[in-house]
Design a protein around this ligand. Structure first.
Ligand SMILES: [Zn+2]
Length: 158
């Protein structure tokens, strides 16, 4: 059973953000992909673990991705052991733009956070996050960078 709640922000540490960008660079010119595990609290998805996955998409991996199923299963196992949620995934748009493609929107899972990194060769690649709205469109949420492993407990973010 899953609690349906509206996510309004994604909290990443600087280190986790760097991990996503490094993975995107290593995978270039293909899309990289992986899973995000953590906790959801009062609309904030707080990333605890970044799990890189192999992109096993058939066809043009410069334009699409599919997380390999073995990593997916391992991620759910790890989440259960550590009492975390697999609340999202990330992938890169090697040449940009940093917004969900038509395909991303079509394949989005309700309640999951979709994180996109790109353009990969840019000096400062962007990192954006979206969730699927009840209307079936992707809605951007705030990406909040926090100190490593220091998670805000009660303070409300602006
Ligand atoms: Zn995409």
């Amino acid at each position: 059973m899953k609690t349906v709640q509206t996510l309004t922000s994604l909290h990443l540490s600087h280190h986790q953000r760097a991990q996503l960008i490094e993975h995107a660079l290593a995978a270039y010119p293909f899309e990289c992909c992986g899973l995000l595990l953590g906790r959801v609290r009062r609309g904030a998805a707080v990333v605890e673990r970044v799990i890189p996955a192999a992109n096993i998409a058939e066809g043009d991996r410069c334009k699409r991705f599919q997380v390999d199923w073995r990593t997916l299963l391992d991620a759910y196992r790890l989440a259960r052991v550590e009492a975390l949620e697999v609340f999202g995934s990330y992938h890169s748009h090697p040449e940009g733009p940093v917004r969900p493609s038509v395909l991303d929107e079509r394949e989005a899972l309700s309640g999951h956070v979709c994180v996109i990194v790109g353009p990969v060769l840019q000096a400062e690649p962007q990192c954006g996050a979206w969730v699927l709205s009840p209307m079936g469109t992707m809605t951007g949420i705030d990406v909040i960078l926090s100190g490593d492993s220091e998670i805000a407990t009660d303070a409300d973010h602006v």
